[in-house]
Design a binder for this molecule. Structure first.
Ligand SMILES: Cc1cc2nc3c(=O)[nH]c(=O)nc-3n(C[C@H](O)[C@H](O)[C@H](O)COP(=O)(O)OP(=O)(O)OC[C@H]3O[C@@H](n4cnc5c(N)ncnc54)[C@H](O)[C@@H]3O)c2cc1C
Ligand code: HEM
Length: 401
């Protein structure tokens, strides 16, 4: 909770700081990487730096946190922080790193806002930063403790046991512990971070959702190759590297599983809506439900460009078939084959579905435009915002929009 003397100062300066957050976060990363260039090569995602999405996500999170502190002081702003803490934990971020980040972030506030940053203003924003940092450090400490590891020690060698081409642009990789020990438990919907060493010597890290049930002996990730559609943007570094080089028998560095997407316990109905490679967390949830012979009512919606682009198409059919009260609804931009009753042409339209009675929990994963559309449709159909959960396959920009 912010101190009484800082509340009016933060409230008065929030509009100015908020309006400049984009320049502040841009300068923050520039200054931090000038001092510690290795962080950009070995820890941060350099595509997200180049395309600006990471600084946008940081700006959105800081603005949301500060706004909560001054507008709703009784509310714990931790809800905003869960996703960030899980991402940090999957990267092995440690408490000492917060001092470096705080110095550069607060330095950038001073540099951008100039004389407006009096000692009183600087002290108030220092307090905001450390409230946020300490809340993140606490959640991350809990996540490390639950995973049974020391601060940040989340990386393990994993061996690729099998590779399967799952669609025209996605391949799956089964991962096992080289020492034969069982893989760590996780909850369906969680992801791991994977690091690869690229030809220029940089180590880059990306997240991949686990795409089978936790009960399997191995983990599986499914990676879509990010191609350069029109030559204007480079092809994806890590996904292309994995597609070109990763083979059975190879050892890759993989983190323990993290992520705050979690199926509610009980027998309430579920709606799982995915598009493209967003199918991966849904597969894990469905595999888990099928393993448990679940009687839950599950509405599965998936949208894709065509059946050839639809990774794990037959597996999805099979999983839905194993659940007595699950229905499958597919949308393809180009169906390419005779359309069956559950296959539709065009963009996914959940307003055409009759949702089960009861408190439906919805899980969305796919491109932001897809998730926004489905979310609006579900709200119109009477779902409560608290029951709509989502995973974004990149920095979460929902807070900043
Ligand atoms: C929680 C989570 C779970 C995920 N699960 C999965 C999963 O199950 N399967 C999966 O395939 N992916 C998943 N992802 C996405 C994955 O982590 C990677 O983001 C994805 O593989 C692309 O990484 P890349 O290194 O290939 O591309 P990057 O090199 O990171 O590039 C990403 C995009 O940025 C563009 N770009 C790069 N440089 C620039 C520039 N200078 N200017 C403009 N644009 C630029 C690229 O063209 C590309 O389109 C997940 C992400 C998260 C956060
Ligand atoms: C109060 C301090 C911090 C805040 C508010 C913050 C905020 C964020 C946010 C919003 C994201 C994006 C999460 C997502 O949606 O995926 C993120 C990711 C990340 N953070 Fe932090 N962070 C802080 C401290 C740190 C520290 C101390 C480090 C270590 C140097 C760090 C390293 C990273 C990295 C490497 C990523 C992933 C970047 C990417 O994938 O592009 N952060 N952080």
């Amino acid at each position: 909770m912010l101190s009484t003397q800082s509340i009016p100062v933060v409230r008065a300066t929030l509009p100015a700081v908020g309006a400049s957050l984009s320049s502040i976060t841009e300068l923050f990363y520039r200054r931090m990487f000038e001092e510690r260039p290795e962080l950009l090569r070995t820890l941060f995602n350099r595509a997200n730096q180049a395309n600006g999405t990471q600084r946008e996500a940081l700006a959105g999170a800081v603005a949301a946190f500060a706004t909560t502190l001054v507008e709703r002081p009784g509310e714990r702003p931790d809800a905003i922080l869960g996703r960030i803490a899980h991402k940090h934990a999957s990267l092995g971020i440690t408490p000492d790193q917060y001092t470096l980040v705080g110095r550069h972030l607060l330095g950038a506030v001073g540099e951008i806002l100039g004389d407006a940053v009096t000692p009183e203003v600087a002290a108030a924003w220092d307090e905001v930063y450390w409230l946020m940092a300490n809340a993140l450090i606490a959640i991350e400490a809990r996540l490390y403790a639950e995973a049974g590891v020391e601060n940040g020690a989340v990386w393990y060698d994993m061996e690729i046991a099998e590779r399967t081409e799952e669609s025209v642009d996605a391949a799956s990789f089964e991962l096992r512990r080289p020492d034969g020990r069982p893989t760590e438990p996780f909850t369906p919907g969680q992801y791991v971070s994977v690091q690869v060493e690229l030809p220029d010597g940089a180590r880059q890290i990306r997240q991949y959702s686990l795409s089978t049930a936790p009960a399997r002996k191995t983990w599986r990730i499914t990676v879509k190759r990010e191609r350069s559609a029109d030559g204007r943007v480079p092809e994806g570094e890590v996904s292309s590297w994995l597609h070109a080089h990763a083979r059975p028998g190879d050892i890759v560095k993989v983190s323990l599983p993290f992520g705050d997407l979690a199926l509610p316990e009980g027998d309430s109905p579920l709606l799982l809506a995915s598009a493209g490679i967003g199918i991966t967390p849904m597969l894990s949830m469905l595999d888990h439900l099928a393993d448990a012979s679940s009687e839950r009512r599950v509405t599965v919606v998936h949208a894709d460009r065509s059946p050839a682009h639809h990774a794990h198409r037959l597996e999805l059919d099979d999983l839905v078939g194993r659940l007595p009260h699950a229905t499958l609804h597919l949308w393809y931009e180009s169906p390419q084959e005779p359309v069956m009753p559950h296959i539709h042409e065009g963009w996914a339209d959940v307003t055409r579905l009759t949702l089960p009675e009861g408190d439906v929990s919805a899980f969305l994963c796919g491109p932001p435009a897809f998730m926004r559309g489905v979310r609006s449709d579900l709200l119109t159909q009477g779902l409560s915002p608290k029951d709509i959960h989502y995973e974004v396959f990149g920095p979460d920009l929902w807070l900043s929009k």
